[in-house]
Design a protein around this ligand. Sequence first.
Ligand code: DCC
Length: 182
Amino acid sequence: METEPAVPHHNAPAAGSKLGVHYAQCFGCGDEQEAGLHLQSTVGEGRTVHSQFTVTEAHQGAPGLAHGGLLACAFDEALGATVGNLLRKPAVTGRLETDFRRPVPVGSILYIAATLDGTAGRKIYVSADGRLDAEDGPIAVRARGLFVMVGLEHFTTHGDPEALEKFREAARNNREDWNINP
Ligand SMILES: CCCCCCCCCCCC(=O)SCCNC(=O)CCNC(=O)[C@H](O)C(C)(C)COP(=O)(O)OP(=O)(O)OC[C@H]1O[C@@H](n2cnc3c(N)ncnc32)[C@H](O)[C@@H]1OP(=O)(O)O
């Protein structure tokens, strides 16, 4: 199947919109996860979303340095937020590839710029660069992801239906136009 340009949903949040927490318990963005990443995201121009988080002592692998798996988590979240908010269709990560180019010290702020690259049927291609301490800082991590669109039954079948109901309630308030049956 041919890859097509990804077209943001007509009701996708406008450039400059700050994206809220999608689920309070989410390790990537949730405000009820003390040691979580607390990633914050803002919609950029075109097919982009800009996210950032501060690396804390809770995120270490080697002493004083961010754990690579934690950094991969940040990109999973940043790419997922890009897919979810710009396309407004439920999707899950099928594949996530990360290149670690520079160490990321505790105390750094990682600026992640993600772009929707294209779609092919249920597949969504997305990529991101993570820069150290400034939007134009040196690239520390790069990632490419493949997300796969799913129906909401993916989450009721495999996840926590009660938690999903809370998510759906928020969706009814904010995202009632989501395409939930791709
Ligand atoms: C506002 C809200 C914000 C929301 C913000 C949300 C942010 C949250 C961010 C966190 C996101 C996550 O961590 S999600 C959690 C981690 N991910 C998961 O748990 C997913 C587990 N995997 C699965 O459930 C499944 O494998 C699926 C759903 C991905 C695919 O299964 P399926 O539905 O049976 O579909 P399947 O036919 O296998 O695949 C569909 C197509 O994708 C391709 N495909 C599938 N997996 C891969 C793969 N790894 N690498 C290459 N290609 C793949 C297949 O070849 C096929 O291509 P073709 O034959 O059509 O060409």
